[in-house]
Write a protein that binds this ligand. Structure first.
Ligand code: GLP
Length: 240
């Protein structure tokens, strides 16, 4: 794992943007695996600024997202589909039909997971962006998810529900389940870019980088990826 430590969140976002821009410019038909959460927001801001000032085109880019809350429609303001549209897609020249995410309102969970697995097979990702849960989760793969997992529905842990409650008006509004891309599929991306910011990620960053590779810490699997970059700000990297 290549590790880049930055002085703050702004520099983290700028460095992440350099990696993402390189991917998009070197292959205008690239498939980007994208992530939600607050950590990638700075990177998305840089991508939008760059599109506005330099016209970097996303006209042929396709994206696949990691996860979606179960029960939320794509127009629900807390859904990840809405998040991606508002924070990135609607500001770029990307085709909405080239952006993929699980359908949170799918009635048949198995069929929806099957659909997404097939889609991921057909669209190998050039880069997979990841955030990091404070308990070491990646996407919504919570501790003890098998490394061989494909797309599945998870029961979110209390810890994750609490962490994500800050984005809802009340903790009782946070969905208890989500669809998530599996760990096996995350690992299939040609390159992985994982971002970690702030003090509450310090233990997870330490365990991911220096801990043993174990399903108890899903992000520790990234030690096995041949082309993974971690960009962490000083606080998140404080235990390294
Ligand atoms: C959620 C998402 C993850 C994300 C994590 C961290 O659980 N499913 O993909 O990495 O939150 O979020 P944040 O970047 O806001 O700390």
């Amino acid at each position: 794992m290549k590790i880049i430590i930055t002085k703050d969140y702004e520099e983290l976002s700028a460095k992440a943007f350099e990696v993402m821009k390189e991917t998009v410019v070197s292959n205008p038909y690239a498939v980007l695996g994208l992530a939600t959460g607050t950590t990638p927001l700075g990177l998305y801001r840089y991508m939008i600024e760059d599109y506005n000032s330099h016209g970097t085109s996303y006209a042929h880019i396709r994206t696949v997202n990691l996860d979606e809350y179960k029960g939320l429609s794509k127009d629900h303001p807390q859904s990840y589909a809405y998040f991606m549209r508002e924070n990135l897609f609607r500001h770029l020249d990307i085709e909405a039909s080239n952006t993929y995410i699980e359908n949170g309102t799918a009635q048949d969970e198995q069929a929806e997971c099957g659909r997404y697995n097939k889609l991921l097979e057909e669209m190998p990702r050039d880069i997979q962006l990841l955030g990091l849960g404070s308990n070491g989760h990646i996407a919504f793969n919570e501790p003890n998810t098998p490394f061989g997992s494909a797309t599945h529905v998870v029961d979110l842990t209390e810890n994750t529900i609490k962490d994500n409650a800050r984005l809802f008006s009340d903790i009782s509004d946070v969905p208890k389940k989500a669809f998530t891309m599996g760990i096996k599929q995350i690992m299939r991306a040609k390159q992985i870019l994982i971002l970690a910011s702030s003090k509450n990620k310090a233990d997870a960053v330490y365990n991911m980088v220096h801990g043993k590779v174990t399903e108890e810490v899903p992000a520790s699997v990234l030690q096995l990826h041949p082309n993974c970059i971690l960009i962490a700000d000083r606080e998140a990297a404080s235990r390294l």
